[in-house]
Design a protein around this ligand. Structure first.
Ligand SMILES: [Zn+2]
Length: 194
C-alpha cells in the first residue's frame, strides 16, 4: 500500500544554521543525540533558542525534545548540522539529558517521558520515510542500511566528529520497543482513516 504519512505539526523555532534542499530529501537514518543540557521542562525550548543564535560551531537539529514538549528547529526536508557524515540523509533528534547518564538515569521519571516523546517522533519518521524500526550496528550504518543510530555511531563510522552522545547508558532496547509501540498505534490509525 502506498501512502503519504506526515508527522504531527510540532511548534517551529527555525534554527540559524541548516541547508535548504530543493528536491525531496532521501532520509536513511534517524540520529539520536543528548543535548548535554539539564533535565528541565523548558530545555527543548531553550536549546531551540540556542540554535537560533549565531554560534561558531554552527549547530542545529530537526527536533528538540524534553519531557513535555517537542520543538522543531530544522524542517524535515532541510539538512541540520548535527552529525557530520549523516547530516545529508539524517533526521536529527536532540533529547534533553547527558551522554554521561547511566541506564538508570535514562529510565528515571523525567527521562522516561523524554524517551516516550522521542520514540513517538521517531515512529512518525519511520512511517514518513519508510524506515525499519531497528537500531543499526556500526557495520550496518557503514553499509548504508536504513534505521536508527546514535551520534556516537556516526562519529565512529564516518570519523568527522568526536561526539559520543547519547552515551553508553542509553536504553536502546526500551527505546526501540517504544518506537515499535507508537509505530503500531499510528499505523492502525492510518488504516482506520483510509
Ligand atoms: Zn550529538
Amino acid at each position: 500500500m502506498q501512502f503519504e504519512f506526515e508527522t504531527d505539526r510540532f511548534p517551529v523555532m527555525r534554527a540559524r544554521y541548516y541547508t535548504a534542499v530543493a528536491e525531496k530529501r532521501a532520509v536513511r537514518v534517524i540520529v539520536i543525540h543528548s543535548m548535554e543540557a539539564p533535565e528541565k521542562g523548558d530545555t527543548a525550548e531553550n536549546v531551540a533558542r540556542y540554535f537560533q543564535n549565531p554560534d561558531p560551531n554552527k549547530v542545529s537539529a530537526h527536533l528538540c525534545i524534553d519531557n513535555n514538549s517537542i520543538v522543531q528547529s530544522v524542517l524535515d526536508n532541510d539538512v541540520a548540522f548535527a552529525a557530520p557524515g549523516a547530516n545529508h540523509d539524517g533526521i536529527q533528534l536532540e533529547l534533553a539529558g547527558y551522554a554521561k547518564q547511566t541506564r538508570a538515569d535514562w529510565m528515571d521519571p523525567f527521562s522516561i517521558l523524554v524517551l516516550e516523546n522521542a520514540a513517538n517522533a521517531a515512529a512518525q519518521y519511520c512511517l514518513k520515510y519508510n524506515l525499519p524500526i531497528r537500531h543499526l550496528s556500526d557495520e550496518e550504518l557503514r553499509s548504508a542500511q536504513k534505521g536508527i543510530v546514535s551520534h556516537a555511531q556516526v562519529s565512529a563510522v564516518y570519523r568527522k566528529s568526536d561526539h559520543t552522545d547519547p552515551g553508553q547508558g542509553f536504553p536502546w532496547d526500551h527505546f526501540i520497543e517504544r518506537v515499535q509501540y507508537h509505530h503500531t498505534q499510528r499505523s492502525k490509525k492510518l488504516l482506520s482513516n483510509s
